[in-house]
Design a protein around this ligand. Structure first.
Ligand SMILES: C[S@@+](CC[C@H](N)C(=O)[O-])C[C@H]1O[C@@H](n2cnc3c(N)ncnc32)[C@H](O)[C@@H]1O
Length: 217
């Protein structure tokens, strides 16, 4: 794939200083998890073909492009509007079409909950669990976003918040398996990174949770 990305990270970092959430511009990097999830989708395209899919934290769109190539009906979401624009561009270049996009903050999930409707059969997420403060919001959110019996296809490179999320998700009844991917990755600094790609199923009979308390965008 050919992925366009910003070349002036310092300017993005300067801009991030004013961000009310103190989010750093991680969207501007190409992460091993996004590449691993894209490869996993390419190996199992039937899981997304013609399926309503949502991606959390799409970044530059490497996973989104793989999902579109496989025939997904994709809604790509991110906190950074610049990420959504580059995701659309990179998908057009690499998959011949762009996903629908939605600007969201998963810590204030009203928009995501509205978009979920009855839930998505497939939710994609690559390297979204790197801050402890996101574990609880994302746990609550996936219960909303993933339809009963649906799939959370999650790639993570072993950060502690991901381990906390996975432990809590198991307690909540999510079940699944994972594969380990050891690269190669485009950035030589990532050579030691091992990504786990999890396919987690939400129990078919579980009812959806009640209203979330932090529901104001
Ligand atoms: C480490 S990057 C991963 C990007 C992409 N999935 C990949 O693997 O290349 C994390 C992504 O999550 C997005 N993100 C971080 N916090 C968010 C929030 N509160 N709401 C929505 N998206 C968020 C970032 O903007 C970024 O695109």
């Amino acid at each position: 794939m050919s992925i366009v990305r910003p070349d002036d990270i310092d300017r993005l970092l300067d801009g991030a200083a004013a961000d009310p959430e103190q989010n750093l511009p991680y969207w501007a990097e190409l992460w091993p998890s996004g590449i691993a999830l894209a490869a996993s989708i390419a190996r199992a395209p039937d899981l997304v073909r013609n399926a309503r899919c949502l991606e959390l934290g799409c970044g530059l769109g490497v996973t989104a492009a793989a999902a579109l190539r496989a025939g997904a009906d994709l809604l790509a979401t991110d906190y950074a509007p610049e990420a959504l624009a580059l995701c659309r561009h990179n998908c057009l270049v690499n998959a011949g079409r762009a996903p629908r996009t939605l600007h969201v903050n998963w810590r204030r999930p009203t928009r995501l909950r509205t978009a979920a409707g009855q839930g998505f059969p497939v939710v994609l997420a690559a390297d979204v669990l790197y801050e402890r403060r996101d574990v609880e919001p994302l746990l609550a959110l996936v219960d909303w976003l993933v339809a009963p019996g649906g799939l959370l296809w999650l790639a993570e490179p072993g950060r502690p918040p991901a381990a906390a999320f996975l432990e809590a998700a198991t307690e909540r009844g999510w079940r699944g398996a994972f594969e380990e991917v050891a690269g190669p990755w485009p950035d030589p600094n990532d050579r030691e990174v091992i990504v786990r790609v999890h396919r987690l199923r939400r129990g078919a009979s579980r009812s959806r949770p009640g209203p979330l308390q932090s529901s104001v965008d």
